[in-house]
Design a protein around this ligand. Structure first.
Ligand code: NDP
Ligand code: OXD
Length: 318
């Protein structure tokens, strides 16, 4: 019980991101947690007083000093940018689920799919040669799309593309049934799915199991000339294998939003490849305003030591 003179403090948050605005997040979170205190790198604070870390990445060794830490909350839907060895095993980890992030991912996937479906990539090349190239449009139902990763984002993208009329099927770790979108599982399921798809969209989380999954062996199974869209993580892709697969015609073109090294170095051959479009990790973007209610609820849950929303299974890595 607080005495009448006691001042209610906390939760005490440590915030760290090179990508997100600390000010915008503090403003958005304070609307839900008025007594919240937020500390940034460079502020003077006692690491032992921190309750919750809200981070994109974090400096080596810092979390180990936060002896009262009750949760690490990722500012991204993915958690692979965080080194698991830096997060004490007793501390739960949650990823971000945000409606703005989901909608921007859907927009991006639809934009890229329609660009290929309506041959805008071909017309851009023909235009630069002043060449009037007639290619008849197809119906959306005649373009088949594979979504690798049918979680929060993959499922939302699958439903949106399906509503556009495309033939959409997915691939996930666990077999599932009864959903509107047919979903494959296992290595054989993946090989079969990509062999029947015109566009393959990767939106898997990066884990020990999914690292380098977009490799030569998989590309050989692609329907000849199918397009690859990578909006997962750069480390899903073996860069040299994609270049070989494009040269062999197994893959027709690729749109890559994520790279093994970000920003993609200027000397990287992807930049100059005529069939590769690079976008600078912009497929999905969260908004502090729309994400704050979920983040605040997770801070409350952490303070009460309850199970977090969107909890990451540390053993599985997602
Ligand atoms: P979720 O955790 O909700 O979903 C993950 C999905 O991947 C699940 O369907 C899961 O299967 C499946 N999966 C995991 N491991 C395997 C495996 N070994 N084999 C087959 N399927 C597997 O993640 P989100 O949808 O929220 O996010 C996915 C990723 O998108 C993030 O981790 C991040 O890397 C990326 N991302 C990229 C952004 C960008 O701007 N480019 C923005 C935001 C996210 P199951 O359903 O069976 O568990
Ligand atoms: C994320 C991302 O994981 O931006 O949210 O990649």
């Amino acid at each position: 019980m607080l005495s009448s003179t006691a001042v209610e403090v906390g939760p005490r948050i440590y915030f760290s991101s090179t990508l997100d605005s600390a000010q915008a997040w503090k403003h958005a979170l304070s609307a839900h947690l008025p007594s919240l205190e937020m500390y940034l790198d460079g502020d003077e604070f006692d690491p032992e007083s921190i309750d919750v870390a809200v981070v994109w990445t974090v400096a080596n060794g810092l979390l180990q000093h936060m002896t009262r830490l009750k949760a690490v909350l990722s500012l991204g839907a993915g958690v692979s940018q965080l080194d698991p060895a830096q997060i004490p095993a007793r501390v739960p980890l949650a990823r971000l689920v945000d409606v703005t992030l989901t909608h921007t991912m859907i927009d991006y996937a639809r934009a890229v799919v329609f660009r290929y479906h309506r041959n805008l990539d071909l017309f851009a090349k023909a235009s630069s040669d002043a060449y009037w190239e007639f290619v008849a449009p197809k119906r959306t139902m005649d373009t088949s799309i594979a979504i690798l990763g049918m979680g929060e984002l993959g499922s939302a993208i699958a439903l949106a593309l399906s509503a556009d009329g495309f033939e959409v099927r997915g691939w996930a770790r666990r077999p599932r049934s009864g959903s509107d979108i047919q979903c494959f599982a296992g290595d054989d399921g993946l090989a079969l799915l990509v062999s029947q798809s015109d566009i393959v969209i990767n939106v898997l989380p990066l884990t020990n199991e999914t690292k380098a999954i977009l490799n030569r062996e998989l590309f050989r199974c692609f329907r000849r000339g199918a397009k690859l869209v990578n909006i997962g993580r750069g480390q899903h892709l073996v860069d040299a294998d994609l270049l070989d697969a494009l040269a062999a015609g197994w893959v027709g073109a690729a749109t890559l939003d994520v790279a093994n090294v970000e920003p993609l170095p200027q000397s990287h051959p992807f930049w100059r490849h005529p069939d590769i479009l690079i976008t600078p990790h912009v497929a999905g973007l969260s908004s502090p305003d729309s994400a704050a209610p979920v983040m605040a609820e997770n801070i409350r849950r952490a303070m009460r030591r309850e199970v977090l929303l969107n909890n990451v299974d540390r053993a599985l890595g997602y």
